[in-house]
Structures are given as structure tokens and as C-alpha cells.
Design a protein around this ligand. Structure first.
Ligand SMILES: Nc1nc2c(c(=O)[nH]1)N[C@H]1C(S)=C(S)[C@@H](COP(=O)(O)O)O[C@H]1N2
Ligand SMILES: [Mo]
Length: 173
């Protein structure tokens, strides 16, 4: 598949660039947020809009999965553990309305956004991730909370996640 085709040597993951990851941010600088000031809002076409603190997210059931990370530009990082709350759980808690068709994600870098169809968003391998590589998600990797969309290219995994909005249609990021 695309993963092996992009690096037939399999050596990309051995390059000394921080465990194989490239640092990506469309914003020049991003504020740091922690337990005191981090908030995740859930709104849009839902019956129960909500705001989660970091502590509230940590108290929900956590799911860990280990998959390869793959960027559209060709680099990949094999078998990277991510852990967090299933997005489907957060959507269920909010009570998605029947006319909702998509989910839009916003970030506290003030710029980046992404979206998924409702069907993609409800997959069990889509997480609101609090941990990456078995440590809290670092600031550079989108901490304290990033989206993790295991089955899709890594650009879908929005860093510095601050908003989840249920929408009537897909809004390209
Ligand atoms: N907020 C935000 N999220 C983002 C990006 C970004 O520029 N800003 N880049 C995306 C892309 S293209 C990739 S490959 C990954 C990179 O994640 P990393 O910096 O942890 O390697 O983040 C994705 N999420
Ligand atoms: Mo990417």
C-alpha cells in the first residue's frame, strides 16, 4: 500500500528527527495550555453543548491504539501509541441531532481547522488524544489535547484541539 511504497528502504523512521516526526504548524506561534486554562467546547447541532476541562477528559474512559502515522508528504512513523477518549463517546454525550452530517474541529493556534463526515467521526479508532507515545501529548505535537484519526492521513489529526462543532455538512479545513 501507500505506506511501503513511499519508503521502500524502511529507513525513514530511523532518521534522527524526533522519533521520526516532522513538526507541522501553520501558525507562527501557539500559546501553551495546561490543566488550568485548557478547554474543549462541543457545540453546533447537538442537544447538550458542553465544555470539558483537561481533568474532565482524563476522567472519561481511555482507549489506547498503536498504528503507523502517515503524512501525505511521504514520511511515516511506525507503530505509534495514542491514547484518549473516543470521539464517538463525546458526540453521544452531546446528543447529535438527526440533521447533522459532519463534524468540524478548531484549534487554539487560531488558524487550523479540519472536518470529518459523521460516519468517519463515529469510528472507534478516532480519539480525542491526551497521550502520544505513552506520554502526555507534548506542546509541539498539539498538546495537551489533539485529535487522532487513526485510519486517515495525519493532517486530519488536528493539533491543539479546542473546538468540536457538529455541522449540517462538511466544511473543508
Ligand atoms: N493545528 C494544527 N494541526 C495539525 C497541523 C497544523 O499545521 N496545525 N498539521 C497537520 C499535519 S499535515 C500533520 S502531518 C500532523 C503533524 O503532527 P506532528 O507535528 O505531531 O508531527 O499534524 C496535523 N495537524
Ligand atoms: Mo501532514
Amino acid at each position: 500500500g501507500a505506506v511501503s511504497d513511499s519508503d521502500p528502504t524502511g529507513l525513514t523512521g530511523l532518521l534522527p528527527n524526533g522519533g521520526g516526526f516532522r513538526y507541522y504548524s501553520v501558525a507562527a506561534s501557539v500559546p501553551r495550555k495546561g490543566p488550568e486554562d485548557y478547554r474543549l467546547t462541543v457545540d453546533g447541532l447537538v442537544d447538550r453543548p458542553a465544555t470539558y476541562t483537561l481533568d474532565a477528559l482524563r476522567k472519561l474512559p481511555q482507549t489506547r491504539m498503536v498504528r503507523d502515522v502517515q503524512c501525505v508528504t511521504g514520511w511515516r512513523v511506525p507503530e505509534t501509541p495514542f491514547e484518549g477518549v473516543r470521539l464517538s463517546r463525546i458526540l453521544d454525550a452531546a446528543g447529535v441531532r438527526p440533521d447533522a452530517k459532519a463534524v468540524r474541529f478548531t484549534c487554539f493556534d487560531g488558524t487550523y481547522s479540519e472536518s470529518l463526515t459523521m460516519e468517519q467521526a463515529r469510528r472507534p479508532d478516532v480519539l480525542v488524544a491526551l497521550r502520544m507515545r505513552d506520554r502526555p501529548v507534548e506542546h509541539a505535537h498539539g498538546g495537551p489535547v489533539r485529535l487522532y484519526v487513526a485510519p486517515m492521513y495525519f493532517y486530519k489529526s488536528a493539533k491543539w484541539l479546542s473546538g468540536i462543532s457538529v455541522t449540517p455538512d462538511v466544511r473543508p479545513g
